[in-house]
Design a binder for this molecule. Structure first.
Ligand code: ZN
Length: 257
């Protein structure tokens, strides 16, 4: 038998005995994606990263006295630019908004009035959903991207975008058995659009992934190491756990006082 103690801040592991006697202040909803990540990272990379960042951030916050609860990670992200890549499983933004709305109304009725959406996928964007949802609920809503909440520049030669050095390093740290040797990875190079505004990235358009990247990656994983991943992961969870502690302790009516 493999024994494992339930972590009281991970909903999937805890039980009614604990839940019925705990007053939670903050729920965390990690939100990933299921998609190809170059040749060397697993399809659930964004889910595993979200799981690990949420769990470790919540553990630290819990130990500092904050009553936080990590909800199960949503495994489907917006992948409309990858529909032609086998087994990239798209969930449209409107479906995500419906899902978010249902979860928020459940939490609201149960008296959990702060929700952090912890995003782990570049194609997801919760800002506009939250703008629309916030006036309809008493639950305080906020979102963050774990991969941008700390400036990655000092930690990596070239952080990269999708399955690049940052993501590969973090996966080498949190799930080394699931990362293929870097000799198996493509270089994650991207074709640039011919229009200057798009190339310079001050005009935005969704990218048709298979025309941009040969190996489904955007960003070179060549210099990834588990040590780099660990250092960045530590900085990220330190920052997020600090935020959770502050959020849990704050009476939101006094947020701007
Ligand atoms: Zn990813």
């Amino acid at each position: 038998m493999i024994s494992r103690m339930p972590r009281p801040y991970i909903l999937a592991e805890t039980n009614w005995k604990t839940v019925s006697s705990t007053e939670y202040d903050v729920a965390i909803l990690p939100w990933g994606a299921t998609e190809a990540h170059n040749y060397h990272l697993p399809y659930a990379t964004d889910v595993m990263e979200c799981d690990a960042v949420a769990a470790e951030s919540a553990r630290r916050a819990w130990e500092a006295g904050a009553k936080v609860i990590v909800l199960p990670t949503v495994p489907f992200g917006v992948n409309t630019g990858q529909l032609d890549i086998e087994l990239c499983l798209n969930m449209n933004p409107s479906t995500q908004a419906a899902l978010l709305g249902d979860l928020v109304s459940a939490l609201e009725g149960q008296g959990i009035h702060k929700l952090v959406v912890l995003n782990g996928h570049g194609g997801n964007d919760f800002k506009q959903m939250i703008r629309e949802l916030q006036p309809t609920t008493e639950v305080f809503l906020c979102s963050l991207n774990w991969y941008t909440c700390v400036d990655p520049a000092p930690y990596f030669d070239e952080p990269g975008d999708h399955a690049g050095e940052l993501e590969t390093s973090v996966m080498q740290h949190i799930a080394p058995d699931l990362v293929l040797p870097l000799s198996e990875a493509g270089d994650g190079s991207q074709r640039k659009p011919s229009i200057a505004g798009l190339r310079e990235r001050w005009v935005w358009a969704p990218r048709p992934w298979t025309r941009v990247s040969r190996d489904t990656g955007t960003g070179n994983p060549a210099h990834a190491t588990p040590e780099r991943g660990e250092r960045f992961f530590e900085a990220v969870v330190a920052r997020i756990s600090g935020f959770l502690v502050e959020l849990a302790a704050t009476d939101m009516d006094t947020l701007y006082d």
